[in-house]
Design a protein around this ligand. Sequence first.
Ligand SMILES: Cc1ncc(COP(=O)(O)O)c(C=O)c1O
Length: 381
Amino acid sequence: MTFSEFDRTLTANYARMPVEWVRGEGTSLFDTKGDEYLDFQTGLAVNALGHCHPGITKAITEQATQLSHVGNLFYNEPMVRLAQRLVEHSFGERVFFTNSGTEAVEAALKCARKRKRGGKIVSVHRGFHGRTYGSLSATPQEDKQAPFAPLVPGFVSVEPTVEALTAEIDDSTAAVIIEPVQGESGVWVIGDDVLNAAREACDTHGAALIFDEVQCGLGRTGKLWGYEYSGVVPDAMTLSKALGGGLPLGALVCGPETADVFAPGDHGSTFAGGPIQCAAANVVVDHVSDQKLLKAVTDNGERLREALAEFPQVSEVRGRGLMVAAELDGVSAPDLVKRLFSEQRLVANATGPTTLRLLPPLIVSTAEIDDAVGRIELALG
Ligand SMILES: Cc1ncc(COP(=O)(O)O)c(C=O)c1O
C-alpha cells in the first residue's frame, strides 16, 4: 500500500512524514526497508529512555501476564507505587492519573474551578496545553482555537511578563497555568522573575498556580522537574508524554492547596492509572530521577546548543537540557526537517516556519549528539 492509500482512511489532521516505522531500539528507528534513522524527535518528547528500553519492555510484558485492567473502583499495586514515587520526588501530596497530557490539564482546570467556583483561568501567550475544550481554551493560539469556537468561557491570556501577569491576576482568578519551558510553540524558557510574580500574585489572590510539565517534566530539562530551575513551587503540576514509557499515561500532581479538592464522583477516567502503563512508568521514574542521567542530559544539552549556535544559518538557540530549538535565518525549518529526514536520516521537527526543535532521548550519548550535529551541518549545506 502507498502512503496516499493510507491517507484515504485516515483523517487529514496530521501532516505525516512519508515513512512507516516498524521497529525502534534505543536512539534508532527502522523503516520497512530496514533503513536506520537517528531519532531526535522521540514521538514528541515521549521516548525518554529510547525505543524498547529493556526495563520498560520487561515491566510491560510481566505486568501483561498478571493483570491488565481493573478500573478505578479498585487499587492496583503499580498505580499506588507510582503515585507514591511522584509524591516523594515532588512537592505533591496526591496524584490523579489520566491517559494523556490534555486530560491532565482538564483535571487541573476542573480542580481549580471547583476550588474557586466560577473563577477565571489565566494562561500565557505561546502556551500550549492540549486540544480538548478546556485545555484548548487555555491555549491562546488563534489557528488552533478559531475553528472550534465557542470555547469554554472564563479564560484569558496575557504576555508572559511580570507586569501582564500581575495586572491580570485578581480575586476572581481560579488558576494560572504556565509551562515553565514552553514546548510546542518552539522552546521558550519562561523567566524566573515571571514564575515568581505568578506565584506571588496567586498567593495574594488565592488562585492555584498550575505548572504544565507535560513536555518539560521528567528530566527533559536536566532536572527532574522544569520548575526546579526557578525554585518556584506550584500548587499543581501536569505530566504525561515521557511518563508512560510509550504507553498512554498522564498525571495531575496536587500540592497541599489542591490535594483535597476532588471528592468521589467529581472526576474520573476508565483506563487511567492502569497497571500496565503504571508498571512502565515506575521504570521511567526510576531512571529519570537518577542524578547521573540528569547530569548527562544537562551536559549533552549544552553541547548540542553550543554546536548549533556555531552555524551561520542559526540566529538563536533556546532551551534547557535536551529540549532544544534553533531559530533559522534564511532557511525554512520544515524544508530542513524534510532534508534531515530524507538525506541524513535524522528525525527532528519544526515548530514553525523558522524553528527547528530537537528532542533526543534522554539516554542519547555524546557521540550521537555530535553525529546529529554533523548531519544538521550537511543538511544546512
Ligand atoms: C505542555 C503540554 N501540555 C499538554 C499537551 C497535550 O498532551 P497530549 O497530546 O498528550 O494530550 C502537550 C502536548 O504536546 C504539551 O506539550
